[in-house]
Design a protein around this ligand. Structure first.
Ligand SMILES: CC(C)(COP(=O)(O)OP(=O)(O)OC[C@H]1O[C@@H](n2cnc3c(N)ncnc32)[C@H](O)[C@@H]1OP(=O)(O)O)[C@@H](O)C(=O)NCCC(=O)NCCS
Length: 251
């Protein structure tokens, strides 16, 4: 378990806490069986309780070697598997807790990190589509996004040849057009936004934007240290809302 935690980059202090609180054996066996069943599928059948402690992390790490073998059978380069799975380690906190639903995509073999961006294999009305995600590490430079987007189609054509991905979409607060009222034209966020043709379907994102940008619970005082933080705080203070917006781009 420690070697696996080391490989995905779980911080040392968390590793000790995780090893000190193993989950219930029966719950672990059931979760592992579910993750095995889901491997290769575009959906997840495993459900987690809200307060499931270290159970999701133990279950993910238990199946990790099988998921890596599944990647290897599709000739996914080890460096891409590693970059993909490293997000798990980086998100462990509070004594071994991770946001379990998010990682289902990594462990069913649908999500891959290609440089700056992550791409999740999905489908709508029979059309294979890539769902783009933006991990919160480092700046979102246009060059890094160009490289990731250029890599996506060849990567999936090589490793998942049965599915032809011609389009990608992204549903994120980063695509909220209201950000243009606050951020400079040449900010990375607005340059990223301009790549997409957006849909009018939107959902409220106030709580998510608080979590993604500030990592603070709702109701907490928001700091205004950067232009984005000031924008978010001012907008909410005026009683306005942020939205998740869906945008599309050809690959
Ligand atoms: C997406 C992300 C990498 C963009 O960062 P970036 O490349 O620095 O973005 P920009 O160049 O557009 O930044 C414009 C301004 O906003 C600030 N800013 C951007 N992201 C910020 C963040 N997460 N927290 C605080 N300030 C941020 C920048 O510091 C800059 O302000 P400044 O000029 O006062 O310094 C960053 O917002 C991030 O890590 N977000 C979390 C991940 C996420 O939300 N993913 C999408 C999930 S749906």
């Amino acid at each position: 378990m420690r070697d696996l935690m080391q490989w995905v980059g779980v911080p040392e202090a968390e590793q000790t806490a995780v090893l000190a609180s193993p989950p219930d054996e029966h719950e672990l066996a059931a979760a592992v069986a579910g993750l095995r069943r889901d491997l290769g599928s575009l959906d997840s059948s495993v459900t987690w309780r809200a307060a499931s402690g270290t159970l999701p992390l133990y279950a993910y790490l238990t199946v990790l070697p099988e998921v890596l073998a599944w990647h290897a059978a599709r000739r996914v380069p080890r460096a891409i598997s590693h970059a993909t799975m490293h997000q798990l380690g980086s998100r462990v906190r509070d004594g071994g807790v991770v946001r379990p639903y998010w990682f289902s995509r990594h462990f069913r073999g649908s999500l891959y990190r290609l440089g700056r961006l992550q791409f999740d294999r999905t489908a709508r009305h029979g059309e294979p589509l890539l769902d783009v995600h933006i991990p919160g590490d480092g700046h979102l430079t246009p060059e890094a996004c160009d490289d990731s987007l250029a890599a996506a189609r060849p990567f999936f054509a090589e490793h998942f040849p049965a599915e032809e991905y011609k389009r990608a979409y992204c549903t994120s607060w980063l695509l909220d057009p209201q950000l243009a009222d606050y951020l400079p034209e040449d900010s990375n966020i607005l340059r990223f936004q301009r790549r997409f043709t957006t849909e009018s379907v939107i959902t409220q994102a106030d709580d998510d934007i608080r979590a993604f940008v500030f990592d603070l619970p709702s109701g907490a005082e928001l700091p205004r240290r950067t232009r984005l933080e000031a924008a978010i705080a001012d907008h909410l203070a005026e009683g306005k809302h942020w939205h998740h917006v869906t945008g599309w781009l050809p690959l």
